[in-house]
Write a protein that binds this ligand. Structure first.
Ligand SMILES: Cc1cc2nc3c(=O)[nH]c(=O)nc-3n(C[C@H](O)[C@H](O)[C@H](O)COP(=O)(O)O)c2cc1C
Length: 247
């Protein structure tokens, strides 16, 4: 069994789609190929991988309540390819979005289901994840907490003469659990998705979200995007950043 995973986020780094795709791929058995699809230059390479695959898993962000536009030319080519070659493919989709409700991904799932019908390939369902950017926060937190645990071990080792201290790692274990609670919906639905991919079964459509109350999520998101704006282009970067003259 060969499964091709396609990360359709245009981001070079810290893409939530790439992250959840990697987690899913680690749970899937058989031959796995991970691909990044950003520009037309990627199309032939990805189609080549699909030519001998049984399953394709698209992982993508929700853009304007739909499929990212840079993916559409590829879907057109894939439709032709699948029809001409009578490909017997199983297709799964993982979508993540910025708003907190995973259900926002429903129109995207419908688009992908229609694409499968037109291409003569099997739509096996999809997972929609709300508050997708928090997956990045979760993985960054795990690394930061690990750094703090190492620092605590070193400092207490210097102070007390032994580096074999359990307490920094007990705290780290609790912190891991807290982070996992935030992502418990995603983890459960993703494991289920991987089980379906392995068994080539239909998954249906499922929506989950980061387990934060909406009002906390909104405050966190506001702080996060304000900081990103300040560091990447100044406050109100859309309005006040220097613009190239349009011709
Ligand atoms: C152009 C653009 C359009 C977006 N449209 C939506 C949207 O309609 N609804 C939503 O919830 N999030 C929207 N988002 C947010 C992304 O879906 C969200 O940031 C996602 O986590 C990005 O995933 P990635 O890191 O895999 O690229 C949009 C983001 C961009 C850049």
């Amino acid at each position: 069994m060969k499964t091709v995973f396609i990360d359709c986020s245009p981001k070079k780094k810290l893409s939530a789609s790439g992250f959840i795709m990697g987690v899913t791929a680690s749970l899937v058995l058989g031959i796995k190929k991970k691909e990044k699809l950003k520009t037309a230059a990627d199309h032939e390479r990805v189609l080549d991988q699909i030519s001998d695959a049984d399953t394709v898993v698209f992982s993508m962000p929700l853009y304007v309540d739909g499929v990212p536009s840079h993916l559409l030319p590829f879907l057109k080519k894939m439709e032709m390819f699948c029809r001409e070659n009578s490909k017997n493919l199983n297709v799964y989709v993982i979508a993540n979005n910025g708003f907190i409700e995973g259900k926002q991904n429903e129109p995207l799932m419908q688009i992908m289901e229609n694409f499968c019908k037109r291409s003569g390939i099997k739509w096996c369902g999809g997972l929609g994840i709300g508050g997708g950017v928090m997956m990045n926060v979760m993985r960054i937190l795990l690394v930061v907490f690990l750094g703090i645990a190492i620092l605590r071990t070193l400092l207490s080792g210097i102070n007390e003469g032994t580096f074999f201290q359990a307490w920094p790692w007990v705290i780290y274990g609790k912190q891991i659990l807290e982070v996992l609670v935030l992502g418990c919906g995603i983890i459960v639905f993703d494991i289920w998705l991987a089980v379906c991919i392995n068994g080539k079964k239909e998954y249906g459509r499922h929506y989950t979200r980061i387990m934060l109350p909406s009002f906390v999520f909104i405050i966190c998101a506001d702080i996060f995007f304000t900081l990103i704006s300040v560091f990447q282009g100044g406050i109100f970067r859309g309005w006040m950043s220097k613009k190239k003259p349009t011709r």
